[in-house]
Write a protein that binds this ligand. Structure first.
Ligand code: NAP
Length: 256
């Protein structure tokens, strides 16, 4: 083999190796949108770190991990700081190309309705949706920085948009938690730009999951397959131009 062909073969090998080495970390993957994210990234051949609060009860996720050896299931409640630290310690030397803070809760709707506002409910929803996502991302900064793609995402909702909220109220804790995700991840995008880490804010659309059913939404949502395929396209196409801006699964910008 002459030198030119040898170098080309080595370069192609390195490129293939680099493509295979992409790693995604996804939270809240035992059901709904998170489970579908695991499925689609696993089918693309990525290494997937899939977290769930109760891995022992996550039958569909465990079946996916059995089918795709590159899926690793880990226990994580995003409100448990010790669990966040333990996960970060376990994956200390593992570059993470894409981090998706999918885990989220709608909370108990009656307890976040005017006339029955419940403080513990607010703290619990904001803790999981906003603080937990930010804290986990903080813990994985070195992993992101060491990766090729360097992309972290907060998961928002149209219910966190101030402009869209002009149409109807309700869901106070959930709305406020998603507005907090928006501003928190926007601030993080500004803070980490100099480190070369992109921080995005994505929304899945109205998706047919347990969460949408619990919201009493009268219509039918889109499938998790359609939502996740769209969000992966948004994630793939993310550049510093849309750093810190909320983007819907179909590529539309979500107004602040
Ligand atoms: N579905 C929609 O139309 C819609 C619209 C806008 C935004 N979103 C957002 O999309 C994300 C996924 O929602 P989904 O519709 O797939 O909801 P889902 O079916 O209710 O699933 C929520 C996931 O988050 C996990 N989770 C909740 N609290 C957690 C915590 N403290 N620590 C770790 N995991 C936790 C749940 O785990 P357990 O099973 O243990 O509870 C579950 O895996 C959420 O951030 C949601 O706000 C959804």
């Amino acid at each position: 083999m002459n030198r030119f062909i040898f170098s080309a073969v080595v370069a192609l090998g390195l490129m293939a190796g680099a493509a295979q080495a992409s790693t995604v970390l996804i939270t809240g993957t035992n059901r709904g949108i998170g489970l579908e994210f695991v499925k689609q990234y696993a089918e693309k051949g990525w290494d997937v770190i899939a977290t769930a609060r109760n891995p022992d009860k996550a039958d569909e996720l465990q079946a996916l991990a059995k089918k795709h050896k590159k899926v690793k299931v880990e226990k994580l409640d995003v409100t448990d700081i010790a669990q966040i630290e333990a996960l970060a310690a376990k994956y200390k030397s593992q570059p993470v190309d894409v981090l998706i803070n999918n885990a989220g809760t709608l909370g108990d709707v009656p307890k976040q309705t005017i006339g029955a506002l419940d403080q513990a409910e607010f703290v619990s929803v904001l803790n999981a949706n906003a603080f937990g996502a930010l804290k986990l991302t903080e813990a994985f900064k070195a992993n992101l920085a060491a990766s090729q793609m360097k992309k972290a995402f907060g998961m928002t909702s149209g219910l966190g948009s101030s402009e869209l909220t002009a149409r109807r109220g309700g869901f106070y804790a959930y709305r406020m938690s998603k507005a907090a995700v928006n501003i928190g991840f926007r601030a993080l995008a500004a803070d980490w730009k100099a480190d070369g880490i992109m921080v995005g804010i994505i929304a899945p659309g109205m998706v047919e999951t347990d969460l949408l059913r619990a919201s009493n939404f009268p219509g039918k949502g889109i499938s998790t397959q359609e939502s996740v395929a769209g969000m992966i396209k948004v994630i793939d196409g993310m550049t510093f131009e849309n750093n810190g801006k909320p983007v819907n699964y179909n590529g539309d910008t979500i107004p602040w």
